[in-house]
Design a protein around this ligand. Structure first.
Ligand code: SF4
Length: 378
């Protein structure tokens, strides 16, 4: 069931490029950042009339590295949002904050975190990725494990009581023991939320080029899957519920914003290369900075058909622990998928899917071949 709409804001700046990164991000000078914030605010204001009837309950600054923006800039964007749109009083306001970008002394970091808090940010998502310095360096991260510990501690001291940490598994050369050690180190910090991603080798990245040069071998699929399930079990044992394939939360602190991507809620995406889903239209912004700064934000649009909505709802919904309620997606769900239903039942008989009345969800085994199963519904 869709929830209230959210707002995603892309901040495409980073100190340097991580070796595995295929996100839209690059370096920036102070003037470009200022110009970008102005363009962002112009874009947000342009949706004011179209979205006058919506009440938003999440804002997510993602990137790139949003914590490269000064607290004043984040406040300015949030003020613009509050001026243009109805934002719920208790909206979840998340900022992605990369360790090593908040300042170099405790005093600097405290001041920056206090600034974000005063601006209204009430959730931080920190890209820890690993707690092993050698692995962090291999991945091209600019921070150490101690930077993660320090920034996390100072964020707690600044009053952030909702923090998510990101973690990457299946890094070349990583053993199962290494992965479990990373998980335990992250757990020991006690974040409310943990996102655990399997490293994807994306074309065009430094890591992909290293692989093409034969510098390392890809992790064997069975080892990769064993690592995922063992780390998931360790997280669940520590009280983190796996509510989505890659996301774990304790005490019910799921990401309200990210949940919108899995339940077909509307979200306004703003910024360079951002995508959104509003009023049945999926759109994507330009990835060309000059165009964006000149106010030509929108690059492509697609009006979703009923079939698009149904297949997207199944595709994203099956990523959740609870799966989907078939009748909620489409009254004649069974009939809609008549041509593939026998294959769906085969997956269920073989233990990859559970169909329990109206609910359908993936089993642990099913997660390992989720792309094959989901492809049936597209
Ligand atoms: S910090 Fe994030 S967005 Fe920036 S280069 Fe690294 S992985 Fe990419």
């Amino acid at each position: 069931m869709a929830s209230k709409p959210g707002i995603y804001i892309h901040i495409p700046f980073c100190v340097s490029k991580c070796r595995y990164c295929a996100f839209l991000s690059g370096p920036a000078d102070g003037d470009t950042v200022k110009e970008y914030v102005r363009a962002l605010e112009r874009e947000l204001c342009s949706y004011k009339d179209e979205l006058a009837d919506r009440v938003f309950d999440t804002v997510y600054f993602g990137g790139g590295t949003p914590s490269l923006l000064e607290p004043e800039a984040i406040k300015s964007v949030l003020d613009t949002l509050r001026c243009c749109f109805a934002l719920e009083e208790d909206a979840e306001l998340t900022l992605e904050a990369n360790p090593g970008t908040l300042g170099s002394t405790d005093a600097e970091i405290r001041e920056r975190l206090a600034g974000y808090k005063a601006a209204g940010i009430n959730r931080l998502s920190m890209g820890a990725q690993s707690m092993d310095d050698k692995r962090l360096s291999y991945l091209g991260r600019i921070h150490s494990a101690d930077d993660v510990r320090r920034d996390f501690r100072l964020a707690r001291e600044a009053g952030f009581d909702n923090i998510s940490l990101d973690l990457i598994t299946a890094v070349p050369g990583m053993s199962l023991e290494d992965a479990l050690w990373d998980v335990e180190e992250i757990i020991s910090l006690g974040p409310e939320h943990i996102s655990m991603y399997t490293l994807q080798l994306e074309e065009g990245t430094a890591l992909h080029r290293a692989w093409e040069r034969g510098e390392f071998e890809l992790m064997d699929e069975d080892a990769d899957r064993e690592m995922y399930h063992s780390c998931s079990k360790a997280l669940e044992k520590a009280g983190y519920l796996r509510y989505e394939i890659s996301n774990f939360a304790r005490d019910g602190r799921m990401s309200r914003h990210n949940s919108k991507y899995w339940d077909m809620s509307e979200y306004l995406g703003a910024g360079l290369g951002a995508s959104g889903y509003v009023g049945g239209v999926r759109y994507r912004n330009t990835e060309v900075m000059e165009e964006y700064l000149q106010g030509r934000a929108r690059a492509e649009e697609h009006v979703n058909t009923r079939d698009d909505d149904i297949s997207e709802a199944v595709f994203t919904g099956l990523r959740r622990r609870d799966g989907i309620l078939m009748s909620e997606i489409c009254k004649d769900f069974r009939k809609h998928y008549d041509d593939v239903w026998s294959e769906v039942l085969s997956f269920a008989e073989d233990g990859f899917l559970i169909i329990d009345g109206d609910r359908m969800r993936l089993t642990d085994k099913g997660i390992d071949i989720s792309n094959r199963i989901m492809a049936l519904f597209v």
